[in-house]
Design a protein around this ligand. Structure first.
Ligand code: MV4
Length: 450
Protein backbone atom coordinates (compact mmCIF):
# COMPACT_ATOMS: atom_id res chain seq x y z
CA UNK A 1 0.00 0.00 0.00
CA UNK A 2 1.00 3.64 -0.43
CA UNK A 3 3.07 5.17 2.35
CA UNK A 4 2.18 8.77 1.54
CA UNK A 5 -0.67 10.42 -0.36
CA UNK A 6 -1.01 14.04 -1.43
CA UNK A 7 -4.54 15.40 -1.23
CA UNK A 8 -5.19 17.87 -4.04
CA UNK A 9 -8.28 19.41 -2.52
CA UNK A 10 -9.63 21.42 0.40
CA UNK A 11 -12.64 21.57 2.73
CA UNK A 12 -14.58 18.62 4.05
CA UNK A 13 -13.47 16.18 1.35
CA UNK A 14 -9.79 16.77 2.12
CA UNK A 15 -10.58 15.88 5.74
CA UNK A 16 -12.57 12.82 4.65
CA UNK A 17 -9.66 11.52 2.55
CA UNK A 18 -7.27 12.21 5.42
CA UNK A 19 -9.42 10.18 7.82
CA UNK A 20 -9.31 7.18 5.52
CA UNK A 21 -5.53 7.54 5.12
CA UNK A 22 -4.93 7.77 8.87
CA UNK A 23 -6.94 4.60 9.50
CA UNK A 24 -4.91 2.86 6.80
CA UNK A 25 -1.56 4.03 8.19
CA UNK A 26 -0.89 6.27 5.18
CA UNK A 27 0.82 9.66 5.73
CA UNK A 28 -0.89 12.69 4.19
CA UNK A 29 0.32 15.83 2.46
CA UNK A 30 -2.06 18.78 2.33
CA UNK A 31 -1.78 21.43 -0.33
CA UNK A 32 -3.41 24.78 0.31
CA UNK A 33 -3.97 28.23 -1.06
CA UNK A 34 -3.04 31.44 0.76
CA UNK A 35 -6.74 31.82 1.64
CA UNK A 36 -6.73 28.42 3.40
CA UNK A 37 -3.82 28.92 5.82
CA UNK A 38 -6.12 28.50 8.82
CA UNK A 39 -8.02 25.53 7.42
CA UNK A 40 -8.36 22.22 9.21
CA UNK A 41 -7.04 20.17 6.28
CA UNK A 42 -3.78 22.07 6.69
CA UNK A 43 -3.74 21.43 10.43
CA UNK A 44 -4.61 17.74 10.41
CA UNK A 45 -2.28 16.63 7.59
CA UNK A 46 1.15 15.20 8.35
CA UNK A 47 2.76 17.71 5.97
CA UNK A 48 1.56 20.86 4.24
CA UNK A 49 2.63 22.83 1.20
CA UNK A 50 1.27 26.20 0.05
CA UNK A 51 0.68 26.01 -3.70
CA UNK A 52 -0.56 29.48 -4.64
CA UNK A 53 -2.95 32.32 -4.07
CA UNK A 54 -6.67 32.12 -3.32
CA UNK A 55 -7.96 31.92 -6.90
CA UNK A 56 -8.40 28.23 -7.81
CA UNK A 57 -6.52 28.73 -11.12
CA UNK A 58 -3.39 29.57 -9.20
CA UNK A 59 -3.69 26.90 -6.49
CA UNK A 60 -6.14 23.97 -6.48
CA UNK A 61 -6.18 23.88 -10.29
CA UNK A 62 -2.47 24.61 -10.66
CA UNK A 63 -1.15 21.33 -12.09
CA UNK A 64 2.61 22.14 -12.08
CA UNK A 65 2.45 23.33 -8.44
CA UNK A 66 0.59 20.24 -7.30
CA UNK A 67 2.85 17.80 -9.17
CA UNK A 68 5.92 19.60 -7.76
CA UNK A 69 4.47 19.41 -4.23
CA UNK A 70 4.00 15.66 -4.66
CA UNK A 71 7.57 15.22 -5.88
CA UNK A 72 9.09 17.41 -3.16
CA UNK A 73 7.16 15.61 -0.40
CA UNK A 74 7.79 12.13 -1.77
CA UNK A 75 4.09 11.27 -2.09
CA UNK A 76 3.42 8.23 -4.27
CA UNK A 77 -0.19 9.01 -5.10
CA UNK A 78 -2.53 11.98 -5.47
CA UNK A 79 -6.13 11.97 -4.29
CA UNK A 80 -8.07 14.63 -6.21
CA UNK A 81 -11.29 14.57 -4.10
CA UNK A 82 -14.25 15.95 -6.08
CA UNK A 83 -14.45 19.07 -8.24
CA UNK A 84 -11.17 20.87 -9.10
CA UNK A 85 -8.92 18.39 -10.98
CA UNK A 86 -10.81 15.21 -10.07
CA UNK A 87 -12.09 14.44 -13.58
CA UNK A 88 -9.39 16.23 -15.55
CA UNK A 89 -7.87 13.91 -18.14
CA UNK A 90 -4.77 16.08 -18.57
CA UNK A 91 -4.08 16.10 -14.83
CA UNK A 92 -4.40 12.31 -14.67
CA UNK A 93 -2.00 12.11 -17.64
CA UNK A 94 0.47 14.43 -15.93
CA UNK A 95 0.38 12.23 -12.81
CA UNK A 96 0.81 9.06 -14.85
CA UNK A 97 3.80 10.45 -16.75
CA UNK A 98 5.47 11.63 -13.50
CA UNK A 99 5.12 8.19 -11.91
CA UNK A 100 2.46 9.41 -9.47
CA UNK A 101 -0.64 7.28 -9.01
CA UNK A 102 -3.76 9.32 -9.75
CA UNK A 103 -6.44 7.95 -7.40
CA UNK A 104 -9.23 7.57 -9.92
CA UNK A 105 -9.81 5.94 -13.28
CA UNK A 106 -7.24 6.05 -16.10
CA UNK A 107 -6.81 9.22 -18.15
CA UNK A 108 -8.22 7.26 -21.07
CA UNK A 109 -11.45 6.51 -19.19
CA UNK A 110 -11.66 10.17 -18.09
CA UNK A 111 -11.36 11.16 -21.75
CA UNK A 112 -14.19 8.81 -22.70
CA UNK A 113 -16.70 9.77 -20.01
CA UNK A 114 -15.93 13.49 -20.39
CA UNK A 115 -17.57 13.42 -23.81
CA UNK A 116 -21.25 12.85 -23.03
CA UNK A 117 -22.36 12.09 -26.57
CA UNK A 118 -19.47 9.63 -27.07
CA UNK A 119 -20.36 7.91 -23.78
CA UNK A 120 -23.94 7.72 -24.99
CA UNK A 121 -22.81 5.96 -28.18
CA UNK A 122 -20.74 3.50 -26.18
CA UNK A 123 -23.69 2.74 -23.88
CA UNK A 124 -26.12 2.28 -26.77
CA UNK A 125 -23.71 -0.22 -28.33
CA UNK A 126 -23.52 -2.08 -25.00
CA UNK A 127 -27.28 -2.30 -24.74
CA UNK A 128 -27.51 0.04 -21.74
CA UNK A 129 -30.88 1.85 -22.01
CA UNK A 130 -30.38 5.42 -23.26
CA UNK A 131 -32.91 8.18 -23.86
CA UNK A 132 -34.10 8.15 -27.49
CA UNK A 133 -32.22 10.77 -29.49
CA UNK A 134 -29.23 11.39 -31.73
CA UNK A 135 -26.24 9.08 -31.62
CA UNK A 136 -23.88 11.71 -33.08
CA UNK A 137 -23.50 15.43 -32.62
CA UNK A 138 -26.17 17.26 -34.60
CA UNK A 139 -24.63 19.68 -37.10
CA UNK A 140 -27.53 21.92 -38.02
CA UNK A 141 -31.24 22.61 -37.70
CA UNK A 142 -32.14 20.46 -40.70
CA UNK A 143 -30.45 17.44 -39.14
CA UNK A 144 -32.10 18.23 -35.80
CA UNK A 145 -35.55 18.31 -37.41
CA UNK A 146 -34.90 14.91 -38.99
CA UNK A 147 -34.16 13.37 -35.57
CA UNK A 148 -37.25 14.98 -34.04
CA UNK A 149 -39.37 13.24 -36.68
CA UNK A 150 -38.37 9.97 -34.98
CA UNK A 151 -38.53 10.97 -31.32
CA UNK A 152 -41.16 13.72 -31.20
CA UNK A 153 -41.40 16.74 -28.89
CA UNK A 154 -40.54 17.77 -26.22
CA UNK A 155 -36.84 17.58 -27.01
CA UNK A 156 -33.81 18.60 -24.99
CA UNK A 157 -30.68 20.05 -26.63
CA UNK A 158 -27.48 19.21 -24.76
CA UNK A 159 -23.83 20.19 -25.20
CA UNK A 160 -21.66 17.19 -26.12
CA UNK A 161 -18.97 18.25 -23.67
CA UNK A 162 -21.51 19.56 -21.16
CA UNK A 163 -22.86 17.80 -18.13
CA UNK A 164 -24.18 19.05 -14.86
CA UNK A 165 -27.02 20.66 -16.76
CA UNK A 166 -25.02 23.50 -18.31
CA UNK A 167 -26.11 24.58 -21.77
CA UNK A 168 -29.28 22.47 -21.84
CA UNK A 169 -32.47 23.71 -23.50
CA UNK A 170 -35.91 22.16 -23.69
CA UNK A 171 -37.95 22.87 -26.81
CA UNK A 172 -41.63 22.04 -27.32
CA UNK A 173 -42.03 22.58 -31.07
CA UNK A 174 -40.32 23.31 -34.38
CA UNK A 175 -40.38 27.07 -33.85
CA UNK A 176 -38.61 26.77 -30.47
CA UNK A 177 -36.13 24.30 -31.89
CA UNK A 178 -35.18 26.68 -34.71
CA UNK A 179 -34.89 29.54 -32.24
CA UNK A 180 -32.74 27.64 -29.72
CA UNK A 181 -30.49 25.38 -31.78
CA UNK A 182 -27.93 28.06 -32.68
CA UNK A 183 -28.09 29.62 -29.22
CA UNK A 184 -27.36 26.24 -27.59
CA UNK A 185 -24.52 25.56 -29.97
CA UNK A 186 -22.79 28.90 -29.35
CA UNK A 187 -23.36 28.61 -25.60
CA UNK A 188 -21.67 25.20 -25.77
CA UNK A 189 -18.76 26.76 -27.71
CA UNK A 190 -18.15 29.47 -25.11
CA UNK A 191 -18.73 27.23 -22.07
CA UNK A 192 -16.98 24.01 -23.17
CA UNK A 193 -14.80 25.02 -26.15
CA UNK A 194 -16.86 22.94 -28.56
CA UNK A 195 -20.10 23.88 -30.31
CA UNK A 196 -21.15 20.21 -30.62
CA UNK A 197 -24.67 19.51 -29.34
CA UNK A 198 -26.97 16.48 -29.42
CA UNK A 199 -30.67 15.84 -28.97
CA UNK A 200 -32.74 13.66 -26.68
CA UNK A 201 -36.40 13.14 -26.00
CA UNK A 202 -37.21 15.24 -22.91
CA UNK A 203 -38.26 13.17 -19.88
CA UNK A 204 -40.60 15.20 -17.67
CA UNK A 205 -40.37 15.13 -13.88
CA UNK A 206 -37.81 12.32 -13.69
CA UNK A 207 -35.92 11.16 -10.66
CA UNK A 208 -32.14 11.41 -10.62
CA UNK A 209 -31.06 7.94 -9.55
CA UNK A 210 -27.39 7.05 -9.39
CA UNK A 211 -25.56 3.80 -8.62
CA UNK A 212 -22.31 3.65 -6.68
CA UNK A 213 -19.74 1.38 -8.30
CA UNK A 214 -16.45 -0.08 -7.10
CA UNK A 215 -14.19 -1.72 -9.70
CA UNK A 216 -10.70 -3.10 -9.21
CA UNK A 217 -7.82 -3.69 -11.65
CA UNK A 218 -8.45 -7.43 -11.58
CA UNK A 219 -11.86 -7.43 -13.24
CA UNK A 220 -13.95 -7.44 -10.05
CA UNK A 221 -16.82 -4.99 -9.96
CA UNK A 222 -19.73 -4.42 -7.57
CA UNK A 223 -22.47 -1.87 -7.08
CA UNK A 224 -23.44 -0.46 -3.69
CA UNK A 225 -27.02 0.32 -4.56
CA UNK A 226 -28.59 3.61 -5.54
CA UNK A 227 -28.93 7.17 -4.28
CA UNK A 228 -31.89 9.33 -5.14
CA UNK A 229 -30.58 12.85 -5.79
CA UNK A 230 -33.73 14.36 -7.24
CA UNK A 231 -33.86 17.28 -4.82
CA UNK A 232 -31.73 19.76 -6.69
CA UNK A 233 -31.83 23.43 -7.50
CA UNK A 234 -30.17 24.72 -10.66
CA UNK A 235 -28.31 21.40 -10.90
CA UNK A 236 -26.96 21.74 -7.37
CA UNK A 237 -27.98 18.76 -5.29
CA UNK A 238 -29.38 19.68 -1.89
CA UNK A 239 -30.69 16.39 -0.46
CA UNK A 240 -29.73 12.82 -1.30
CA UNK A 241 -31.03 9.55 0.09
CA UNK A 242 -30.68 5.81 -0.16
CA UNK A 243 -32.58 3.66 -0.88
CA UNK A 244 -34.80 5.39 -3.44
CA UNK A 245 -38.52 5.29 -2.68
CA UNK A 246 -39.10 4.41 -6.34
CA UNK A 247 -36.93 1.30 -6.49
CA UNK A 248 -37.72 -2.23 -5.35
CA UNK A 249 -35.42 -5.26 -5.16
CA UNK A 250 -36.14 -6.30 -8.73
CA UNK A 251 -35.44 -2.86 -10.23
CA UNK A 252 -32.32 -2.42 -8.05
CA UNK A 253 -30.93 -5.68 -9.36
CA UNK A 254 -31.71 -4.76 -12.96
CA UNK A 255 -30.37 -1.19 -12.81
CA UNK A 256 -27.36 -2.36 -10.79
CA UNK A 257 -26.48 -4.84 -13.53
CA UNK A 258 -26.70 -2.11 -16.18
CA UNK A 259 -24.61 0.22 -13.99
CA UNK A 260 -21.92 -2.46 -13.86
CA UNK A 261 -22.17 -3.01 -17.60
CA UNK A 262 -21.82 0.76 -18.18
CA UNK A 263 -18.71 0.95 -15.98
CA UNK A 264 -17.15 -2.04 -17.74
CA UNK A 265 -17.80 -0.48 -21.15
CA UNK A 266 -15.41 2.38 -20.34
CA UNK A 267 -12.87 0.16 -18.49
CA UNK A 268 -13.75 1.93 -15.29
CA UNK A 269 -11.41 1.34 -12.32
CA UNK A 270 -12.00 2.81 -8.88
CA UNK A 271 -15.02 4.36 -7.17
CA UNK A 272 -17.49 5.80 -9.65
CA UNK A 273 -21.13 6.64 -10.16
CA UNK A 274 -23.49 5.76 -12.97
CA UNK A 275 -26.32 8.27 -13.27
CA UNK A 276 -29.76 7.33 -14.56
CA UNK A 277 -32.99 9.19 -15.08
CA UNK A 278 -35.95 7.20 -13.81
CA UNK A 279 -39.33 8.17 -15.28
CA UNK A 280 -42.79 7.94 -13.74
CA UNK A 281 -43.40 4.51 -15.29
CA UNK A 282 -40.24 3.05 -13.79
CA UNK A 283 -38.33 3.15 -17.07
CA UNK A 284 -34.70 4.15 -16.62
CA UNK A 285 -32.12 5.67 -18.92
CA UNK A 286 -28.37 6.04 -18.65
CA UNK A 287 -27.37 9.70 -18.27
CA UNK A 288 -23.68 10.00 -17.53
CA UNK A 289 -20.86 8.54 -15.55
CA UNK A 290 -19.19 10.48 -12.73
CA UNK A 291 -15.55 9.51 -12.50
CA UNK A 292 -14.89 10.56 -8.90
CA UNK A 293 -15.95 10.01 -5.34
CA UNK A 294 -19.05 12.14 -4.87
CA UNK A 295 -20.20 14.60 -2.25
CA UNK A 296 -23.10 12.29 -1.36
CA UNK A 297 -21.05 9.09 -0.92
CA UNK A 298 -21.73 8.94 2.90
CA UNK A 299 -25.37 8.05 2.25
CA UNK A 300 -24.19 4.80 0.65
CA UNK A 301 -21.64 4.25 3.42
CA UNK A 302 -24.43 4.39 5.99
CA UNK A 303 -26.68 1.81 4.31
CA UNK A 304 -23.93 -0.61 3.22
CA UNK A 305 -21.29 -0.17 5.94
CA UNK A 306 -18.63 0.05 3.21
CA UNK A 307 -15.97 2.77 3.58
CA UNK A 308 -15.91 4.02 -0.01
CA UNK A 309 -12.76 6.15 0.45
CA UNK A 310 -10.77 3.25 1.87
CA UNK A 311 -11.95 0.96 -0.92
CA UNK A 312 -11.04 3.60 -3.50
CA UNK A 313 -7.52 3.94 -2.09
CA UNK A 314 -7.07 0.16 -1.86
CA UNK A 315 -8.12 -0.21 -5.50
CA UNK A 316 -5.62 2.50 -6.54
CA UNK A 317 -2.96 0.47 -4.70
CA UNK A 318 -3.82 -2.51 -6.97
CA UNK A 319 -5.56 -4.51 -4.23
CA UNK A 320 -8.39 -6.88 -5.02
CA UNK A 321 -11.92 -5.98 -3.95
CA UNK A 322 -12.63 -7.96 -0.80
CA UNK A 323 -16.39 -7.75 -1.41
CA UNK A 324 -18.54 -9.82 -3.72
CA UNK A 325 -21.93 -8.54 -4.88
CA UNK A 326 -23.80 -11.19 -2.84
CA UNK A 327 -22.03 -10.04 0.32
CA UNK A 328 -23.24 -6.46 0.05
CA UNK A 329 -26.21 -5.98 2.32
CA UNK A 330 -28.41 -2.94 2.50
CA UNK A 331 -29.72 -1.90 5.86
CA UNK A 332 -32.06 0.94 6.79
CA UNK A 333 -32.33 4.36 5.23
CA UNK A 334 -29.89 7.30 5.02
CA UNK A 335 -30.49 10.95 4.12
CA UNK A 336 -27.97 13.72 3.52
CA UNK A 337 -28.68 17.45 3.71
CA UNK A 338 -26.10 19.80 2.25
CA UNK A 339 -25.56 22.76 4.55
CA UNK A 340 -24.39 25.63 2.34
CA UNK A 341 -23.43 29.23 3.13
CA UNK A 342 -26.34 30.57 1.09
CA UNK A 343 -29.23 32.91 1.67
CA UNK A 344 -32.32 30.90 0.78
CA UNK A 345 -34.38 34.11 0.92
CA UNK A 346 -32.19 35.65 -1.77
CA UNK A 347 -32.32 32.94 -4.41
CA UNK A 348 -29.70 30.80 -2.60
CA UNK A 349 -27.07 33.47 -3.12
CA UNK A 350 -23.71 32.42 -1.62
CA UNK A 351 -22.80 34.56 1.40
CA UNK A 352 -19.22 34.35 2.66
CA UNK A 353 -18.30 35.59 6.13
CA UNK A 354 -17.25 34.60 9.62
CA UNK A 355 -18.88 31.83 11.65
CA UNK A 356 -19.39 33.49 15.02
CA UNK A 357 -20.99 30.52 16.79
CA UNK A 358 -21.17 26.83 15.94
CA UNK A 359 -22.86 23.84 17.45
CA UNK A 360 -22.83 20.49 15.66
CA UNK A 361 -25.58 17.89 16.13
CA UNK A 362 -24.73 14.36 17.27
CA UNK A 363 -26.24 11.21 18.69
CA UNK A 364 -26.78 7.74 17.28
CA UNK A 365 -27.01 7.55 13.49
CA UNK A 366 -25.88 11.15 12.97
CA UNK A 367 -22.78 12.03 10.95
CA UNK A 368 -21.43 15.50 10.15
CA UNK A 369 -18.69 15.83 7.54
CA UNK A 370 -17.39 19.39 7.76
CA UNK A 371 -14.33 21.60 7.80
CA UNK A 372 -15.86 24.54 9.66
CA UNK A 373 -15.30 25.66 13.24
CA UNK A 374 -16.27 28.62 15.40
CA UNK A 375 -14.31 31.63 14.11
CA UNK A 376 -13.83 30.08 10.64
CA UNK A 377 -13.93 32.57 7.78
CA UNK A 378 -15.93 31.28 4.80
CA UNK A 379 -14.03 32.36 1.69
CA UNK A 380 -15.77 33.83 -1.35
CA UNK A 381 -13.32 31.97 -3.62
CA UNK A 382 -14.67 28.46 -3.15
CA UNK A 383 -17.79 26.33 -3.13
CA UNK A 384 -20.39 27.31 -0.54
CA UNK A 385 -20.65 23.83 1.03
CA UNK A 386 -20.10 24.15 4.80
CA UNK A 387 -21.13 20.73 6.04
CA UNK A 388 -22.90 17.54 5.11
CA UNK A 389 -25.40 16.32 7.66
CA UNK A 390 -26.09 12.62 7.15
CA UNK A 391 -28.45 10.53 9.25
CA UNK A 392 -29.40 6.86 9.35
CA UNK A 393 -32.65 5.30 10.50
CA UNK A 394 -34.11 1.83 10.36
CA UNK A 395 -36.93 3.07 8.14
CA UNK A 396 -37.26 6.23 6.01
CA UNK A 397 -39.68 7.79 8.53
CA UNK A 398 -37.10 7.25 11.31
CA UNK A 399 -34.38 8.87 9.22
CA UNK A 400 -36.60 11.88 8.52
CA UNK A 401 -37.37 12.33 12.25
CA UNK A 402 -33.70 11.98 13.08
CA UNK A 403 -32.85 14.59 10.45
CA UNK A 404 -35.45 16.99 11.90
CA UNK A 405 -33.84 16.62 15.32
CA UNK A 406 -30.34 17.06 13.97
CA UNK A 407 -31.33 20.18 11.98
CA UNK A 408 -32.90 21.59 15.16
CA UNK A 409 -29.61 21.12 17.03
CA UNK A 410 -27.42 22.40 14.19
CA UNK A 411 -26.54 26.02 14.98
CA UNK A 412 -24.44 28.18 12.67
CA UNK A 413 -24.36 31.90 13.44
CA UNK A 414 -22.78 34.76 11.52
CA UNK A 415 -23.84 33.73 8.03
CA UNK A 416 -27.09 32.47 6.48
CA UNK A 417 -27.28 28.75 5.66
CA UNK A 418 -29.57 26.24 3.97
CA UNK A 419 -30.63 24.77 7.36
CA UNK A 420 -34.08 26.50 7.32
CA UNK A 421 -34.72 25.17 3.79
CA UNK A 422 -33.98 21.61 4.91
CA UNK A 423 -36.35 21.97 7.88
CA UNK A 424 -39.08 22.99 5.43
CA UNK A 425 -38.42 19.99 3.18
CA UNK A 426 -38.40 17.52 6.11
CA UNK A 427 -41.89 18.78 7.00
CA UNK A 428 -43.19 18.74 3.42
CA UNK A 429 -45.98 16.20 2.91
CA UNK A 430 -44.85 15.24 -0.60
CA UNK A 431 -41.28 14.67 0.57
CA UNK A 432 -42.51 12.62 3.50
CA UNK A 433 -44.49 10.41 1.13
CA UNK A 434 -41.42 10.01 -1.07
CA UNK A 435 -43.11 11.82 -3.93
CA UNK A 436 -40.10 13.61 -5.33
CA UNK A 437 -38.68 14.44 -8.76
CA UNK A 438 -36.15 16.88 -10.18
CA UNK A 439 -38.98 19.44 -10.21
CA UNK A 440 -39.68 19.03 -6.47
CA UNK A 441 -38.38 22.44 -5.34
CA UNK A 442 -40.14 24.41 -8.07
CA UNK A 443 -43.42 22.56 -7.61
CA UNK A 444 -43.62 21.63 -3.94
CA UNK A 445 -41.58 24.34 -2.22
CA UNK A 446 -41.94 27.35 -4.53
CA UNK A 447 -45.44 26.34 -5.62
CA UNK A 448 -44.79 26.93 -9.30
CA UNK A 449 -46.69 25.21 -12.10
CA UNK A 450 -45.04 22.11 -13.61
C1 MV4 B 1 -32.47 15.39 -19.06
C2 MV4 B 1 -33.69 15.70 -18.44
C3 MV4 B 1 -34.84 15.29 -19.08
N1 MV4 B 1 -34.79 14.63 -20.25
N2 MV4 B 1 -32.47 14.72 -20.23
C4 MV4 B 1 -29.62 17.67 -15.96
C5 MV4 B 1 -28.19 17.43 -15.64
C6 MV4 B 1 -27.66 16.52 -16.67
N3 MV4 B 1 -26.95 15.44 -16.04
C7 MV4 B 1 -28.84 16.04 -17.42
N4 MV4 B 1 -30.01 16.70 -16.89
C8 MV4 B 1 -31.27 16.41 -17.35
N5 MV4 B 1 -31.31 15.73 -18.53
C9 MV4 B 1 -33.60 14.37 -20.79
N6 MV4 B 1 -33.58 13.72 -21.97
C10 MV4 B 1 -33.69 16.39 -17.25
C11 MV4 B 1 -32.46 16.75 -16.70
C12 MV4 B 1 -32.56 17.49 -15.48
C13 MV4 B 1 -32.10 16.96 -14.29
C14 MV4 B 1 -31.50 15.71 -14.23
C15 MV4 B 1 -31.06 15.20 -13.04
C16 MV4 B 1 -31.26 15.93 -11.88
C17 MV4 B 1 -31.82 17.17 -11.92
C18 MV4 B 1 -32.26 17.71 -13.12
C19 MV4 B 1 -32.85 18.95 -13.13
C20 MV4 B 1 -33.28 19.47 -14.31
C21 MV4 B 1 -33.13 18.74 -15.48
Amino acid sequence: MFKKILIANRGEIALRVMRACREMGIATVAVYSEADRDSLHVRFADERICIGSAAPRSSYLNVPSIITAAEVSGAEAIHPGYGFLSENQHFAEACESCGLKFIGPSSKTLGMVGDKSQTRRIMMKEGVPCIPGSSESVKNEAEALKIVRHIGYPVIIKASLGGGGKGMRVVQNEEELKKNFQISSSEAESAFGSSAVYLEKYISEPRHTEFQILADEHGNIVHLGERDCSIQRRHQKLIEESPSTAIDQRLRKLMGRFAIRAAKAVNYIGAGTVEFLLDKEGKFYFMEMNARVQVEHPVTEFVTGVDILKEQIKIAGSERLALAQEEIEFSGHAIECRINAEDTEKDFMPVPGKITFLHLPGGPGVRVDTHIYQGYQVSPYYDSLLAKLIVWGGRREDAIERMRGALHEFVIEGIPTTIPFHKTVMNNAFFRRGEISTNFIQRRINGEAP
